[in-house]
Write a protein of this length. Structure first.
Length: 144
């Protein structure tokens, strides 16, 4: 299973529509669960995130200081991770980031760029990249 834990609710219709579209596309390939948590302070958000983590999760926290991967490398990472782990959990923190103990618990810190994105838009970008990964892994064509 893929879990995506996100802090904050989407408000913009275009983002809701995009996220819904990619979740539908992804479910053709894999079970996916998107967990929205309320915006609060970093400590409360961290407590809520921890409630959704399991010892079986391979945790990938999204962080500016994380490792940058190409789309091909992300696809390979997902493929290899599922060999030994039943769950991959991606965490998108709130506006203050992700609490340090969760970063320490993470198996990987992943960065898409040194740029800062709005959290709702980034959620859509992450879903698109996970979808692209499954298209790559299944040797299916997808726009470049």
């Amino acid at each position: 299973m893929i879990k995506i834990i996100c802090v904050g609710k989407l408000k913009e219709k275009y983002l809701i529509d995009g996220v819904t579209d990619y979740l539908t596309r992804l479910r053709k390939y894999h079970k996916i669960d998107l967990i929205e948590l309320p915006d609060s302070n970093i400590d409360s958000e961290g407590n809520e995130i921890l409630k959704h983590l399991s010892n079986k999760d391979y945790i990938i926290s999204l962080a500016i200081k994380g490792t940058e991967l190409s789309s091909l490398e992300l696809a390979e990472k997902i493929d290899k991770t599922f060999i030994n782990n039943p769950n991959i959990t991606f965490i998108i923190g709130g506006s203050n980031g992700i609490r340090q103990d969760i970063l320490d618990k993470s198996n990987m810190l992943l960065s898409f760029s040194k740029l800062t994105y709005p959290h709702g838009l980034f959620r859509l970008i992450l879903l698109e990249q996970i979808y692209r990964s499954f298209k790559i892994l299944n040797n299916e064509s997808y726009h470049k």
